[in-house]
Design a binder for this molecule. Sequence first.
Ligand SMILES: [Zn+2]
Length: 180
Amino acid sequence: MLKFLKSLINKETSDRQVYDLTEDESFQKELDISPYIKKESHDMVMKHLTRSLDINKTGNKLSVNEKKELGLNSRLSITKELIETLTAQGLAHENPKIILDAIFYNVTFKISRNKKLNSLSSVGVKEIMLLGTNDESDCEWCDSMQDQKVPITTDVNELIKINCKCKRWCRLVIQPVINF
Ligand SMILES: [Zn+2]
């Protein structure tokens, strides 16, 4: 009986691992759906996201006139390499420099939530709480989720994907609910 239960538990863990994407695969998935990044720039952006290149530190900054021509804020310090990766929609974004950060942090937060769910569930935690940063950058939904208890089996990342309207990226983190 114990053996059977163990195999069930292991099965659940390995299914979750199979379902989870690696960091690189997650970055690629975000790029594939981003309206802001040109398809032909995916390889270059992947290098930035995986930290083998910093697209913001190429030393090749746009001049004030070049920014004016593109309709960009003249005070924004931005490189030609970053501009070249953006679609027209990306250039029209209220802060084009946030676009790659948002992809990076969306993915890293998502992966860390999955890891936390896996590790908490493996030690028998049944309920979790979602904690935001409690500042003005959180969207209304994130605010409303503050300190809410949900079962450990909740697909937190999917819940966030459906509901969160944070402008940059969702910063909700998971804490275990420990009942003594
Ligand atoms: Zn939010």
